[in-house]
Design a protein around this ligand. Structure first.
Ligand SMILES: [Zn+2]
Length: 472
């Protein structure tokens, strides 16, 4: 996405994965620890103490109605059992946490981010990765797909996070963008002028084991076709951002896997059927279209949301306020006006594609003004509901569907055998989607995250307040 193309509530202080649940939990932990030597001969998984969450409202990410009194059992990094209280046995010695009717659901996934941009979508802030990852985790975003970045940088971030040396959401990435001879984002792009260059580019992407390939707007038809072909040889699928051509059937006929954005022109019923027949996937990014309309800048109360307030550097907030106060020239005003219609088209497409059974995954394209890492995904869910999805369907788009899009089978739903990557929400997002914002706990692969430690006020790193950001 490039801006020039085509034209609260306070979080609960109750803490449930942690100690303030009471001395009982502490006692059980001590007891379990004391038992450890006696279990030395047991298998690895059985030796790990179980955790059980009771009195949860379970939204499992599959789209089925919530289970009102659920129990979820975790052992190590994995969900061992999940279901109605009467059907799930709590293992002896488990650390039991009563969730008092709060919602337990899968961690959310944002399948279109760029982990290097400044707040305005143009400034580069490669030293800000700590801030992006804190903001994402704080907001309950436990998985991201970086859809275009400086390749060695994002590959290193992915590796360090996967190894547990950097705390952050699980990262998937496309590496650098594959663009035409005159790339739109030169520092992030392979400039490919001829089909003869494609094999080498795909080799460089495969060497870094990227998760998907992303073809950008400047690719010619013949280069895109070759990119798909070379990608196939090494099991890498191609998603594209072709700006106004997103959603064009001829791109699907070239063999692409899907689109990194919803189309901004209205798809016909035939187009939607064609996408469904070809198993074409889409990433939503309604919020980046809204950023073009400047709608959010007309009412800055969202800056008071803890998901923004607690994790944004002062310079970022000042930049947004200054941008909101700036007087637009006639061209800018017309641009913003034009995007109102384009955003509505994309929302209508979201409803039609989802309704036809096309795989739609949630993404934000953060950061852009009013589209920030973390909070942006919650607003994306609100926009999906405004587009006509039910709240449960929208949640599915940011959980199970995200995992399906990337081809992962170990996360995205709360079911036995999946990773224990989940969030606790103090609200009912199945009836009011904005309640996903009320994240009170985040667990990554069975490990509770200290959300307090993710707040800006707790940081002491000059990288948090970029003094001289440069533009792309
Ligand atoms: Zn993007």
């Amino acid at each position: 996405m490039k801006p020039t193309d085509t034209g609260t509530r306070r979080p609960s202080r109750r803490r449930f994965f942690g100690v303030p649940g009471g001395l009982l939990i502490l006692a059980v932990v001590v007891f379990a620890t004391c038992l450890a030597p006696a279990r030395a001969g047991a298998t690895g998984t059985a030796a790990q103490p179980a955790q059980a969450f009771t009195n949860a409202v379970l939204i499992d990410g599959t789209g089925v109605s919530p289970v009102e009194r659920a129990t979820v059992v975790i052992r190590g990094a994995t969900i061992e059992a999940a279901g109605p209280a009467g059907q799930v046995k709590i293992p002896a010695g488990a650390v039991v946490t009563d969730l008092h009717g709060m919602v337990l659901m899968p961690g959310l996934a944002d399948m279109h981010v760029h982990l290097l941009g400044g707040w305005d979508g143009h400034a580069v802030d490669m030293l800000g990765y700590r801030r992006y990852m804190n903001a994402l985790l704080y907001a309950g975003i436990t998985t991201v797909l970086d859809t275009g970045n400086v390749q060695p940088y994002i590959v290193q971030l992915r590796a360090e996070t996967a190894a547990g040396r950097l705390l952050g959401p699980h990262i998937y990435c496309v590496g650098g963008l594959v663009d035409g001879a005159d790339p739109a984002w030169p520092p992030l792009s392979y400039a490919v002028a001829s089909v003869g260059q494609v094999a080498l580019v795909v080799k460089a992407l495969k060497r870094d084991n990227v998760d998907l390939i992303k073809g950008y707007v400047g690719l010619s038809h013949s280069v895109l076709e070759r990119l798909v072909e070379e990608g196939r040889k090494v099991s890498l699928r191609v998603i594209v951002d072709q700006w106004q051509r997103n959603g064009s059937p001829d791109l699907v006929e070239d063999g692409i896997y899907g689109f990194a954005h919803l189309p901004t022109r209205l798809l016909s019923t035939d187009n939607v059927h064609f996408m469904q027949q070809h198993n074409t996937v889409f990433i939503s990014t309604l919020i980046v279209y809204e950023s073009q309309t400047r709608k959010r800048l007309r009412d800055l109360t969202f800056l008071q949301d803890p998901l923004v307030r607690d994790t944004s550097p002062p310079s970022f907030l000042a930049g947004l306020r200054a941008e909101a106060a700036r007087k637009l020239d006639a061209d800018e005003a017309a641009h913003a006006q034009r995007w109102e219609k384009l955003q509505q088209n994309a929302m209508d497409n979201a409803k039609a594609l989802f309704g036809a059974g096309v795989l739609l995954a949630a993404g934000t394209d953060a950061p852009y003004p009013g589209d920030m890492q973390g909070e942006g995904l919650h607003h994306e869910l609100e926009l999906l509901v405004a587009a006509g999805l039910t709240p449960l369907e929208a949640i599915t788009v940011a959980t199970r569907n995200a995992a399906r899009l990337i081809g992962a089978s170990d996360w995205g739903t709360i079911e036995a055998g999946k990773l224990a990557t989940l969030i606790v929400v103090d609200g009912r997002p199945d009836s009011n989607i904005s309640d996903t914002r009320k994240v009170v706990e985040v667990m990554l692969r069975g490990r509770k995250i200290d959300r307090e430690s993710l707040k800006m006020a707790r940081q002491n790193d000059p990288g948090y307040e970029p003094v001289s950001p440069t533009d792309f």
